[in-house]
Design a protein. Structure first.
Length: 125
């Protein structure tokens, strides 16, 4: 019995040390939980910011696509205007206009007639 009592006391000492160690670990858990909560809150904020940035990126990509399409359309118009400016008909009209400007009365009358003609041709039937 005496020997069993010694072993039991040794067991109690070992278990007390183990319990003391567990209590020390529990004291550290509160700080770890607080740190985890802070990290979780930071992660949520960063996730929300990331979602906003992704949405903004999609908007910018769409805007860029629209601008590229508009640029392409404007370049097509520019090429058409350059073709027209380089055409013989445009040069003839420019020469006639230059000559008519020498006679202001004739130029104003011709310009008025030309505007009316253009207005009629542009009006829907």
């Amino acid at each position: 019995m005496h020997r069993d009592l010694k072993h039991s006391r040794a067991d109690v000492v070992v278990k007390d040390a183990f319990i003391s160690d567990l209590r020390q670990q529990l004291l550290g858990i509160g700080a770890l939980l607080s740190q985890r909560d802070q990290l979780s809150t930071g992660h949520k904020r960063l996730s929300a910011k990331c979602e906003q940035l992704v949405a903004r990126r999609h908007q910018l990509v769409e805007e860029r696509r629209r601008l590229l399409a508009r640029q392409e359309a404007l370049e097509t118009k520019l090429r058409a205007l350059q073709t027209y400016v380089n055409s013989a008909g445009f040069r003839i009209v420019e020469n006639v206009t230059r000559h008519l400007r020498r006679f202001p009365t004739a130029f104003r009358t011709t310009r008025t007639i030309a505007r009316k003609a253009v207005g009629r041709s542009a009006a829907p039937d």
